[in-house]
Design a protein around this ligand. Structure first.
Ligand code: MN
Length: 143
């Protein structure tokens, strides 16, 4: 591995996020939303939040987000429907979406992938694993 490539690699996996990438956090549970939002900001992410599916659509369409964390169980419109609409739209389809769901065992992962989610994380979120997936989606697939 070339020295420069190694430096880039080490930077990409550093615990503190190196750039100011912008994430949309969609979560209707206020406690979970505030906690995750605070942790992401401490890790160097720029965070905007949405508390229901309609808000999520509106935010995603007018913010230039690098990534979306999408709770699947949401009021107004569920996360699967929001994801499907975002992935059908040329303007938003390239934004990576990580599905968050409390239900690991009932086919939610398959439903999330079918809706167009790029990754999947079960709640309660294991933070370091989630960060790893976020970094991986942002920096490309080479890690
Ligand atoms: Mn929810």
């Amino acid at each position: 591995m070339q020295a420069l490539a190694r430096v880039a690699h080490e930077t990409a996996v550093a615990p503190i996020h190196p750039s100011v990438d912008k994430v949309l956090l969609v979560e209707d549970n206020e406690f979970n939303r505030d906690m995750l939002s605070r942790r992401l900001k401490r890790s160097g992410w720029q965070v905007e939040v949405a508390g229901d599916g309609i808000q999520a659509l509106e935010h995603a369409r007018r913010g230039a987000f690098d990534l979306i964390l999408m709770d699947m169980s949401l009021p107004e419109m569920d996360g699967w429907s929001v994801t499907r609409l975002l992935k059908e739209n040329l303007q938003t389809r390239s934004i990576p979406i990580i599905a968050l769901t409390a239900h690991a065992m009932n086919g939610d992962r398959e439903k999330a992938i079918l809706a167009g989610c790029d990754e999947f994380e079960t709640k309660p979120v294991e933070y370091s694993r989630l960060l790893g997936k976020m970094e991986w989606l942002i920096t490309g697939k080479e890690l």
